[in-house]
Design a protein around this ligand. Structure first.
Ligand SMILES: [Fe+2]
Ligand SMILES: [Fe+2]
Length: 297
């Protein structure tokens, strides 16, 4: 098993730096932590994200048509989640572990970060994983920053999970279990469906959850997703502080949430809705408000 020290960030690729920066700092209430330009052909923006675990967000924007990001954006038909990044204890050991799983990682080392990448099509099941040994970009030893946005925003408390659409849940679960130490804590869905099954995983550092979604039946929206985009990141879920605040913020941005759902877990109420990828940098966003902290899963 690869020793994971910290879930460092989630990265979005887009051609539109201004629009996505406005979205992340405006509606989402993130704060810019750093900005840079890379010789590898892109601009980067690093954001602080509310939450106790210092999981950050990153925006990558190509600066030319030959950038590897342009290839991604063309294949993805627009912006979307480009990679997830986890800090590991030992890159050499990670390479051995991956080789033992017949996965040949892409390895880079600039002396500061020893990066071990799982390619989306060669081990990543549709997601590019960056595993790095070196300093965290979003240091979990630091206190949560103070967020001072006056604009209407969603009032995000923390990132809850990333959901990944895949064909073979058992295969991916086995892989994540033995490679990353993820394990299943809930199988569902809670609302019975004849279109998909879900498996919610606890991650090694418990900073974030991970969800595997696999299609069942003939008519499945997960199957449609995989047919059109391939396996990969399906949605991201944020826990929000205040339902009305989030709805007001959506209205201020002319965004119409959909898929409203309300229920209780052990007597504690929760509310859910979704924001369409066209409004949110190419990713489906789920908002969840929970009456009792930590009750929703
Ligand atoms: Fe990154
Ligand atoms: Fe989910």
């Amino acid at each position: 098993m690869i020793k994971i020290v910290h879930f460092d960030h989630i990265s979005t690729a887009s051609n539109n730096k201004v629009r996505e920066t406005d979205l992340f700092t405006g509606l989402f209430g993130f704060q810019i932590r750093t900005e840079w330009h890379s010789e590898e052909g892109y601009y980067g923006v690093g954001f602080d994200v509310p939450g106790p675990d210092r999981i950050g967000w990153e925006l990558l924007v190509p600066d030319n048509d030959n950038s590897f990001l342009t290839t991604f954006l063309n294949a993805n038909n627009g912006p979307g989640i480009h990679h997830v990044s986890m800090q590991i204890a030992d890159a050499k050991h990670a390479i051995d572990e991956l080789n033992n799983h017949d996965i040949e990682p892409i390895v880079t080392n600039d002396g500061i970060h020893h990066n071990v990448y799982l390619h989306p099509k060669r081990g990543g099941s549709g997601i590019l994983f960056q595993l790095f040994e070196g300093d965290a970009w979003n240091d979990p030893a630091l206190d949560e920053p103070i967020f001072q946005s006056n604009e209407p925003n969603l009032g995000i408390k923390r990132i809850h999970h990333i959901a990944q659409a895949i064909n073979d849940s058992k295969m991916v679960l086995d892989k994540y279990q033995s490679l990353f130490g993820y394990h299943s804590i809930m199988q569902g869905p809670r609302k019975p469906s004849d279109e998909f099954q879900t498996n919610v995983l606890e991650t090694q550092t418990k900073e974030i959850h991970w969800e595997l979604l696999n299609p069942i039946g003939k008519k499945s929206f997960i199957k449609e997703f995989i047919n059109s985009k391939g396996e990969g990141a399906h949605h991201i879920t944020f826990i929000i502080k205040n339902w009305q605040q989030a709805m007001d913020a959506c209205a201020a941005y002319n965004i119409e949430p959909f898929g409203f759902y309300e229920n209780k877990i052990d007597g504690a109420k929760y509310l859910e809705c979704f924001l369409h990828p066209r409004d949110t940098a190419g990713m489906l966003v789920q908002l969840v408000w929970e009456e009792k902290e930590g009750s929703w899963i």
